[in-house]
Design a protein around this ligand. Structure first.
Ligand SMILES: [Zn+2]
Length: 382
Protein backbone atom coordinates (compact mmCIF):
# COMPACT_ATOMS: atom_id res chain seq x y z
CA UNK A 1 0.00 0.00 0.00
CA UNK A 2 2.70 2.46 0.96
CA UNK A 3 5.11 1.83 -1.89
CA UNK A 4 2.58 2.36 -4.64
CA UNK A 5 -0.23 4.30 -3.02
CA UNK A 6 -1.61 5.57 -6.27
CA UNK A 7 -1.93 2.21 -7.98
CA UNK A 8 -2.99 -0.09 -5.15
CA UNK A 9 -5.68 -1.20 -4.85
CA UNK A 10 -6.99 1.27 -7.45
CA UNK A 11 -6.81 5.02 -7.20
CA UNK A 12 -10.58 5.27 -6.74
CA UNK A 13 -10.56 2.73 -3.92
CA UNK A 14 -7.48 4.25 -2.36
CA UNK A 15 -9.16 7.67 -2.34
CA UNK A 16 -11.89 6.33 -0.08
CA UNK A 17 -9.43 4.90 2.48
CA UNK A 18 -9.27 6.82 5.72
CA UNK A 19 -5.98 8.66 5.67
CA UNK A 20 -5.36 10.78 8.76
CA UNK A 21 -2.04 12.46 7.92
CA UNK A 22 -1.75 13.58 5.19
CA UNK A 23 -5.50 13.62 4.68
CA UNK A 24 -5.53 11.86 1.33
CA UNK A 25 -3.63 9.22 -0.60
CA UNK A 26 -3.44 11.80 -3.41
CA UNK A 27 -0.86 13.81 -1.46
CA UNK A 28 1.51 10.95 -0.65
CA UNK A 29 4.90 10.67 -2.29
CA UNK A 30 7.31 7.78 -2.00
CA UNK A 31 9.19 7.89 1.29
CA UNK A 32 6.54 9.90 3.16
CA UNK A 33 5.46 8.99 6.67
CA UNK A 34 1.70 8.48 6.73
CA UNK A 35 -1.02 7.74 9.29
CA UNK A 36 -4.09 5.84 8.14
CA UNK A 37 -6.88 3.75 9.60
CA UNK A 38 -7.84 0.29 8.38
CA UNK A 39 -11.02 -1.40 9.47
CA UNK A 40 -11.75 -4.86 10.78
CA UNK A 41 -10.14 -8.00 9.38
CA UNK A 42 -8.58 -6.08 6.50
CA UNK A 43 -6.24 -4.59 9.12
CA UNK A 44 -4.50 -7.96 9.52
CA UNK A 45 -4.04 -8.31 5.76
CA UNK A 46 -2.65 -4.80 5.46
CA UNK A 47 -0.30 -5.37 8.38
CA UNK A 48 0.97 -8.59 6.82
CA UNK A 49 1.48 -6.80 3.51
CA UNK A 50 3.51 -4.03 5.14
CA UNK A 51 5.54 -6.46 7.22
CA UNK A 52 6.30 -8.45 4.09
CA UNK A 53 7.48 -5.30 2.30
CA UNK A 54 10.00 -4.61 5.07
CA UNK A 55 8.85 -1.03 5.49
CA UNK A 56 9.04 0.42 8.99
CA UNK A 57 5.64 0.82 10.62
CA UNK A 58 4.10 1.33 14.02
CA UNK A 59 0.57 0.68 15.23
CA UNK A 60 -0.42 3.90 16.99
CA UNK A 61 -3.98 2.97 17.95
CA UNK A 62 -4.65 -0.76 18.05
CA UNK A 63 -8.36 -0.44 18.84
CA UNK A 64 -9.99 2.74 17.58
CA UNK A 65 -13.33 1.87 19.20
CA UNK A 66 -11.65 1.63 22.58
CA UNK A 67 -9.85 4.95 22.02
CA UNK A 68 -13.22 6.54 21.23
CA UNK A 69 -14.63 5.18 24.49
CA UNK A 70 -11.67 6.49 26.48
CA UNK A 71 -11.53 9.89 24.78
CA UNK A 72 -14.10 11.48 27.07
CA UNK A 73 -12.09 11.03 30.24
CA UNK A 74 -13.05 14.25 32.03
CA UNK A 75 -14.79 13.89 35.41
CA UNK A 76 -16.62 17.18 35.01
CA UNK A 77 -20.38 16.73 35.03
CA UNK A 78 -21.51 20.21 34.04
CA UNK A 79 -23.46 20.40 30.78
CA UNK A 80 -20.95 22.79 29.26
CA UNK A 81 -17.29 22.71 30.20
CA UNK A 82 -14.16 24.18 28.64
CA UNK A 83 -12.31 20.99 29.54
CA UNK A 84 -14.78 18.64 27.92
CA UNK A 85 -15.89 18.04 24.37
CA UNK A 86 -19.28 19.72 23.99
CA UNK A 87 -21.86 18.63 21.42
CA UNK A 88 -23.26 21.09 18.88
CA UNK A 89 -26.42 21.97 20.83
CA UNK A 90 -24.35 22.67 23.93
CA UNK A 91 -21.92 24.86 21.96
CA UNK A 92 -24.75 26.76 20.28
CA UNK A 93 -26.42 27.40 23.64
CA UNK A 94 -23.06 28.51 25.06
CA UNK A 95 -22.62 31.10 22.27
CA UNK A 96 -25.89 32.67 23.39
CA UNK A 97 -25.16 32.70 27.11
CA UNK A 98 -21.56 33.87 26.82
CA UNK A 99 -22.66 36.86 24.74
CA UNK A 100 -25.54 37.63 27.08
CA UNK A 101 -23.32 37.54 30.17
CA UNK A 102 -20.52 39.66 28.65
CA UNK A 103 -22.23 42.28 26.47
CA UNK A 104 -19.32 44.73 26.66
CA UNK A 105 -16.89 42.20 25.23
CA UNK A 106 -18.80 39.53 23.27
CA UNK A 107 -21.61 39.72 20.75
CA UNK A 108 -23.23 36.93 18.80
CA UNK A 109 -24.51 37.09 15.25
CA UNK A 110 -26.20 34.60 13.00
CA UNK A 111 -23.68 33.44 10.38
CA UNK A 112 -25.69 31.08 8.18
CA UNK A 113 -27.96 28.06 8.16
CA UNK A 114 -26.28 24.75 7.50
CA UNK A 115 -27.35 22.28 4.82
CA UNK A 116 -29.35 20.31 7.41
CA UNK A 117 -30.89 23.48 8.83
CA UNK A 118 -28.74 24.08 11.90
CA UNK A 119 -27.81 27.65 12.87
CA UNK A 120 -24.16 28.61 12.54
CA UNK A 121 -23.23 31.37 14.98
CA UNK A 122 -20.37 33.84 14.94
CA UNK A 123 -18.97 35.57 18.00
CA UNK A 124 -17.28 38.96 17.89
CA UNK A 125 -14.88 39.43 20.78
CA UNK A 126 -13.31 42.78 21.64
CA UNK A 127 -13.96 46.14 23.25
CA UNK A 128 -16.10 48.32 21.01
CA UNK A 129 -14.22 51.00 19.13
CA UNK A 130 -14.09 52.56 15.71
CA UNK A 131 -11.98 51.48 12.73
CA UNK A 132 -10.62 48.44 14.51
CA UNK A 133 -8.57 45.85 12.68
CA UNK A 134 -9.93 42.32 12.96
CA UNK A 135 -8.73 38.73 13.03
CA UNK A 136 -11.00 35.90 11.93
CA UNK A 137 -10.55 32.55 13.69
CA UNK A 138 -12.53 29.45 12.74
CA UNK A 139 -12.70 25.98 14.25
CA UNK A 140 -14.54 22.79 13.36
CA UNK A 141 -13.91 22.78 9.61
CA UNK A 142 -13.41 19.03 9.72
CA UNK A 143 -16.00 17.26 11.85
CA UNK A 144 -13.73 14.77 13.59
CA UNK A 145 -11.20 17.35 14.78
CA UNK A 146 -12.96 17.77 18.13
CA UNK A 147 -10.20 19.62 19.95
CA UNK A 148 -10.62 22.58 17.56
CA UNK A 149 -14.10 23.77 18.65
CA UNK A 150 -12.74 23.31 22.19
CA UNK A 151 -10.00 25.79 21.32
CA UNK A 152 -12.40 28.42 19.95
CA UNK A 153 -14.46 28.20 23.16
CA UNK A 154 -11.28 28.43 25.23
CA UNK A 155 -10.20 31.58 23.37
CA UNK A 156 -13.45 33.37 24.28
CA UNK A 157 -13.20 32.29 27.93
CA UNK A 158 -9.60 33.53 28.13
CA UNK A 159 -10.51 36.86 26.56
CA UNK A 160 -13.23 37.40 29.17
CA UNK A 161 -11.07 36.27 32.10
CA UNK A 162 -8.04 38.28 30.97
CA UNK A 163 -9.69 41.57 30.14
CA UNK A 164 -8.65 44.15 32.67
CA UNK A 165 -6.19 41.87 34.45
CA UNK A 166 -3.75 40.72 31.76
CA UNK A 167 -2.08 43.71 30.13
CA UNK A 168 -1.17 41.99 26.87
CA UNK A 169 -4.59 40.48 26.17
CA UNK A 170 -6.39 43.64 27.30
CA UNK A 171 -4.37 45.63 24.80
CA UNK A 172 -5.28 43.16 22.03
CA UNK A 173 -8.98 43.34 22.90
CA UNK A 174 -8.93 47.13 23.08
CA UNK A 175 -7.39 47.45 19.66
CA UNK A 176 -8.52 44.40 17.70
CA UNK A 177 -11.77 42.57 17.08
CA UNK A 178 -11.66 38.79 17.02
CA UNK A 179 -14.33 37.02 14.98
CA UNK A 180 -14.64 33.55 16.46
CA UNK A 181 -16.53 30.87 14.55
CA UNK A 182 -16.64 27.95 17.03
CA UNK A 183 -17.93 25.34 14.55
CA UNK A 184 -18.09 25.94 10.80
CA UNK A 185 -19.14 22.43 9.78
CA UNK A 186 -22.01 22.04 12.25
CA UNK A 187 -23.73 19.17 10.40
CA UNK A 188 -20.55 17.12 10.15
CA UNK A 189 -19.74 17.83 13.79
CA UNK A 190 -23.21 16.69 14.89
CA UNK A 191 -22.86 13.54 12.76
CA UNK A 192 -19.48 12.79 14.35
CA UNK A 193 -21.29 12.70 17.72
CA UNK A 194 -24.28 10.62 16.66
CA UNK A 195 -23.17 8.33 13.85
CA UNK A 196 -19.50 8.27 12.92
CA UNK A 197 -16.85 9.68 15.25
CA UNK A 198 -14.38 9.86 12.37
CA UNK A 199 -16.59 11.73 9.89
CA UNK A 200 -14.72 14.58 8.16
CA UNK A 201 -16.82 16.29 5.48
CA UNK A 202 -20.05 18.26 5.39
CA UNK A 203 -23.36 16.36 5.14
CA UNK A 204 -24.75 17.74 1.89
CA UNK A 205 -26.18 15.23 -0.57
CA UNK A 206 -24.41 14.86 -3.90
CA UNK A 207 -26.65 14.64 -6.96
CA UNK A 208 -27.11 11.05 -8.17
CA UNK A 209 -24.45 9.80 -5.78
CA UNK A 210 -24.60 7.46 -2.85
CA UNK A 211 -21.73 9.21 -1.07
CA UNK A 212 -22.46 12.19 1.14
CA UNK A 213 -20.56 15.37 1.86
CA UNK A 214 -17.87 17.74 0.59
CA UNK A 215 -14.51 18.49 2.14
CA UNK A 216 -14.97 22.13 3.20
CA UNK A 217 -11.22 22.67 3.11
CA UNK A 218 -11.04 21.71 -0.57
CA UNK A 219 -14.05 23.82 -1.47
CA UNK A 220 -12.53 27.28 -1.93
CA UNK A 221 -11.57 29.04 -5.12
CA UNK A 222 -7.81 28.57 -4.77
CA UNK A 223 -6.62 26.34 -7.63
CA UNK A 224 -9.89 24.57 -6.85
CA UNK A 225 -10.00 20.77 -7.29
CA UNK A 226 -6.42 20.38 -8.48
CA UNK A 227 -3.61 18.81 -6.42
CA UNK A 228 -4.55 16.83 -3.31
CA UNK A 229 -8.27 17.22 -3.95
CA UNK A 230 -10.66 14.78 -5.57
CA UNK A 231 -13.58 15.18 -7.96
CA UNK A 232 -15.09 11.95 -6.67
CA UNK A 233 -17.94 12.46 -4.17
CA UNK A 234 -16.91 9.29 -2.33
CA UNK A 235 -13.47 10.67 -1.56
CA UNK A 236 -12.82 12.14 1.88
CA UNK A 237 -11.23 15.11 0.07
CA UNK A 238 -14.08 15.71 -2.42
CA UNK A 239 -13.81 19.31 -3.65
CA UNK A 240 -17.57 19.77 -4.15
CA UNK A 241 -19.56 20.53 -7.30
CA UNK A 242 -18.27 24.12 -7.51
CA UNK A 243 -16.11 26.39 -5.31
CA UNK A 244 -18.12 27.40 -2.22
CA UNK A 245 -20.83 24.89 -3.10
CA UNK A 246 -21.54 24.41 0.64
CA UNK A 247 -23.73 26.86 2.59
CA UNK A 248 -21.08 26.98 5.30
CA UNK A 249 -18.08 27.75 3.04
CA UNK A 250 -20.11 30.25 1.01
CA UNK A 251 -21.00 32.12 4.20
CA UNK A 252 -17.35 32.22 5.22
CA UNK A 253 -16.32 33.46 1.78
CA UNK A 254 -19.02 36.14 1.80
CA UNK A 255 -18.13 37.31 5.30
CA UNK A 256 -14.44 37.74 4.54
CA UNK A 257 -15.15 39.43 1.19
CA UNK A 258 -17.58 41.82 2.89
CA UNK A 259 -15.15 42.69 5.70
CA UNK A 260 -11.89 42.77 3.77
CA UNK A 261 -11.10 46.32 4.81
CA UNK A 262 -10.90 45.33 8.50
CA UNK A 263 -9.87 41.66 8.49
CA UNK A 264 -6.08 41.52 8.60
CA UNK A 265 -5.61 38.00 9.88
CA UNK A 266 -7.22 34.63 9.17
CA UNK A 267 -6.48 31.68 11.44
CA UNK A 268 -8.11 28.34 10.68
CA UNK A 269 -7.76 25.71 13.39
CA UNK A 270 -7.44 22.03 12.50
CA UNK A 271 -5.96 18.92 14.08
CA UNK A 272 -3.77 16.93 14.23
CA UNK A 273 0.03 16.84 13.59
CA UNK A 274 1.35 19.94 15.43
CA UNK A 275 2.03 22.23 12.51
CA UNK A 276 1.71 25.90 11.73
CA UNK A 277 1.24 26.34 7.99
CA UNK A 278 0.88 29.34 5.72
CA UNK A 279 0.37 29.84 1.97
CA UNK A 280 0.76 28.28 -0.36
CA UNK A 281 -0.61 24.78 -0.16
CA UNK A 282 -1.79 24.60 -3.77
CA UNK A 283 1.62 25.31 -5.27
CA UNK A 284 5.28 25.05 -4.36
CA UNK A 285 5.78 28.68 -5.38
CA UNK A 286 6.60 31.08 -2.59
CA UNK A 287 4.02 33.55 -1.38
CA UNK A 288 4.83 37.22 -1.84
CA UNK A 289 5.05 37.64 1.94
CA UNK A 290 6.92 34.40 2.53
CA UNK A 291 9.74 35.82 4.63
CA UNK A 292 7.50 37.68 7.05
CA UNK A 293 4.97 34.81 7.34
CA UNK A 294 7.80 32.36 7.88
CA UNK A 295 9.57 34.32 10.60
CA UNK A 296 6.26 35.00 12.36
CA UNK A 297 5.46 31.27 12.24
CA UNK A 298 8.89 30.47 13.66
CA UNK A 299 8.51 32.84 16.62
CA UNK A 300 4.89 31.70 17.20
CA UNK A 301 5.82 28.00 17.49
CA UNK A 302 8.76 28.91 19.73
CA UNK A 303 6.37 30.76 21.99
CA UNK A 304 3.96 27.80 21.95
CA UNK A 305 6.71 25.41 23.01
CA UNK A 306 7.66 27.47 26.07
CA UNK A 307 4.66 26.22 28.08
CA UNK A 308 4.75 22.42 27.78
CA UNK A 309 7.61 21.79 25.35
CA UNK A 310 5.23 20.83 22.53
CA UNK A 311 7.16 20.89 19.27
CA UNK A 312 5.52 22.21 16.11
CA UNK A 313 6.86 22.16 12.57
CA UNK A 314 6.06 25.16 10.41
CA UNK A 315 6.34 26.36 6.83
CA UNK A 316 4.35 26.88 3.65
CA UNK A 317 1.81 24.07 3.31
CA UNK A 318 2.78 22.76 -0.10
CA UNK A 319 6.52 22.79 0.14
CA UNK A 320 7.03 21.61 3.74
CA UNK A 321 4.05 19.32 4.07
CA UNK A 322 2.07 18.39 0.97
CA UNK A 323 0.14 19.92 -1.87
CA UNK A 324 -3.57 20.49 -1.29
CA UNK A 325 -5.72 22.81 -3.36
CA UNK A 326 -8.90 24.68 -2.47
CA UNK A 327 -8.04 25.43 1.15
CA UNK A 328 -9.49 28.41 2.98
CA UNK A 329 -6.06 29.71 4.06
CA UNK A 330 -4.74 30.01 0.48
CA UNK A 331 -8.04 31.50 -0.64
CA UNK A 332 -8.05 34.09 2.16
CA UNK A 333 -4.46 35.02 1.38
CA UNK A 334 -5.10 35.46 -2.34
CA UNK A 335 -8.23 37.46 -1.49
CA UNK A 336 -6.12 39.93 0.45
CA UNK A 337 -5.78 38.68 4.03
CA UNK A 338 -2.02 38.73 4.38
CA UNK A 339 -1.67 36.97 7.75
CA UNK A 340 -3.28 33.67 6.88
CA UNK A 341 -2.36 30.57 8.89
CA UNK A 342 -3.52 27.01 9.43
CA UNK A 343 -2.94 25.46 12.84
CA UNK A 344 -2.80 21.69 13.18
CA UNK A 345 -3.14 21.14 16.93
CA UNK A 346 -2.04 18.13 19.05
CA UNK A 347 -0.97 15.43 18.84
CA UNK A 348 1.47 13.55 16.60
CA UNK A 349 -0.73 10.47 16.23
CA UNK A 350 -0.69 8.74 19.61
CA UNK A 351 -4.39 9.60 19.86
CA UNK A 352 -4.80 11.56 16.62
CA UNK A 353 -8.35 12.87 16.31
CA UNK A 354 -9.26 11.04 19.52
CA UNK A 355 -7.26 13.31 21.80
CA UNK A 356 -8.39 12.66 25.40
CA UNK A 357 -10.30 15.45 27.10
CA UNK A 358 -7.59 15.53 29.76
CA UNK A 359 -5.33 17.17 27.14
CA UNK A 360 -7.76 19.96 26.16
CA UNK A 361 -6.45 22.41 28.77
CA UNK A 362 -2.75 22.07 27.93
CA UNK A 363 -3.46 22.08 24.21
CA UNK A 364 -5.54 25.25 24.41
CA UNK A 365 -3.16 27.05 26.77
CA UNK A 366 -0.14 26.53 24.57
CA UNK A 367 -2.08 27.40 21.40
CA UNK A 368 -3.23 30.66 23.01
CA UNK A 369 0.41 31.74 23.27
CA UNK A 370 0.96 31.33 19.54
CA UNK A 371 -2.35 32.96 18.60
CA UNK A 372 -1.74 35.98 20.84
CA UNK A 373 1.77 36.28 19.45
CA UNK A 374 0.44 36.39 15.89
CA UNK A 375 -2.30 38.84 16.92
CA UNK A 376 0.25 41.16 18.46
CA UNK A 377 2.30 41.13 15.26
CA UNK A 378 -0.81 41.90 13.22
CA UNK A 379 -1.75 44.74 15.55
CA UNK A 380 1.69 46.30 15.17
CA UNK A 381 2.27 45.65 11.48
CA UNK A 382 -0.97 45.32 9.51
ZN1 LIG B 1 -8.70 19.53 9.24
Amino acid sequence: LLCEPKTYPTQKQAETLDFWVPDTVLSIAEGDKVDFRVEGYVAYDVQALIEHSGMPFEIMIEDVQLAVQREQDSNIRAVHSYEKYNDIDTINAWTGSIAEENPDLVSRSFFTTSYEGRPVYLLKVGKSGSNKKAIFIDCGFHAREWVTPAFCQWFVKEAINSYGSDEEFTNLLDNLDFYILPVLNVDGYAYSWTNDRLWRKTRSLNKNQKCVGTDPNRNFDAAWCTGGASASPCSTVYCGSTPESENETKALGDFIRNNLSSIKGYLTIHSYSQMLLFPYSYTNLRAKDHNELNSLAKSAVEKLATLHGTVYTYGPGGKTIYISAGGSDDWAYDTGVKYSYTFELRDLGTYGFLLPESQIKDTCEETMLAVKHIAEHILNNA
